[in-house]
Design a protein around this ligand. Structure first.
Ligand code: NDP
Length: 288
């Protein structure tokens, strides 16, 4: 059996057009467009590419995109002052500080300084706590995108056994919370987990967010399982995921490719979160 390929580009394109429609309705109701501010500190090449594509996608969805750049040697106080100004700016609904920050900065302090209602990355402890307690929250974009891809295969996830490999605050932990919210039985695996292959062989759903190229082997996958590969690893052979795609595609029921799987969902979910934040701030119904 060969797995069906989950087309993240197509699911993301649908979400982006739904967001654009929602933005048009929001604008008709409120007389303004939602605004997203992206802050980039330093000159990191990959981060610059991400920030540019986020800006383009924001404008394409009909929203206002504002970009702030600070030099790599900027003081933490300058970044905190910028965040405070964006928190107070009525035209800004979403604030995203591009990570990683230069090593002299305290990323957690910066994240915690963002108004939780404008925290479209969903990294603020208030949003993490809201997600964990089942309250409405701004949810981190990558795991939210993974959940949408899973729902495209499984209209109901209830009762399925899910293993999330990776326990970062950005991907693994919020992914596990979302799957728990869908009534999956969730295992979170990490670098100290014993016998990962055996745990994966019992999983209906595998979400790989490790950062090790092609670590998860095809014969670790339960036949028919759904595999979501979050990994983005640049190797001599090009961009690869955390799953050995060639092996896993022969065993799984459905699998995301890298690239073209989870990646396109992240920006689409950022746009979605910005519209959601704007709707909440202006007290209008969120259409998605
Ligand atoms: P982190 O480095 O923060 O976390 C990696 C996790 O993997 C850790 O919890 C670590 O465990 C675990 N791990 C490491 N080695 C092993 C192992 N041998 N067996 C099991 N678990 C292991 O990474 P992120 O969560 O930020 O990102 C994960 C991947 O997803 C990366 O490839 C990243 O590039 C990609 N990514 C992709 C995005 C997208 O848009 N598609 C967005 C964000 C990330 P421990 O905690 O014990 O150290």
């Amino acid at each position: 059996m060969t797995a069906s390929i989950i087309d993240g580009k197509a699911v993301a394109a649908t979400l982006r057009s739904q967001v654009a429609e929602g933005v048009a309705t929001f604008q008709a109701q409120t007389g303004r467009a939602p605004g997203l501010a992206v802050v980039l500190v330093g000159e990191d090449a990959a981060s610059s590419v991400y920030v540019r594509s986020k800006g383009k996608a924001t404008v394409a969805a009909g929203m206002i995109s504002v970009e702030h750049r600070l030099p790599a040697d900027a003081e933490q106080a300058a970044l905190m002052a910028l965040v405070a100004a964006l928190n107070a700016d009525p035209a800004i609904d979403g604030i995203l500080v591009q990570l990683p920050l230069p090593s002299h900065m305290d990323a957690q302090a910066v994240i915690s300084a963002i108004d939780p209602n404008k925290d479209v990355d969903g990294f603020h402890p208030a949003n993490a706590g809201r997600l964990a307690t089942g309250l409405p929250a701004l949810v981190p974009c990558t795991p939210l995108g993974c959940l949408m891809l899973l729902r495209s295969v499984h209209p109901s996830l209830s009762g399925l056994d899910a293993v999330v490999v990776g326990r970062s605050n950005i991907v693994g932990k919020p992914m596990a919370q979302l799957l728990l919210g869908e009534s999956c039985t969730v295992t979170i695996a990490h670098s100290r987990t014993r016998d990962l292959p055996a745990r994966l062989r019992a999983a209906d759903i595998v979400v790989a967010a490790v950062g090790i190229p092609q670590m998860i082997q095809g014969d670790w996958i339960k036949p028919g399982a759904t595999v979501i590969d979050v990994g983005i690893n640049r190797t001599a052979a090009g961009l690869v995921g955390d799953v050995d795609f060639a092996g896993a595609v022969e065993v799984a029921g459905a699998i995301t490719p890298v690239p073209g799987g989870v990646g396109p969902m992240t920006i689409a979910c950022l746009l979605r979160n910005t519209l959601e934040a704007a709707c909440r701030r202006d007290g209008v119904a969120f259409p998605l």
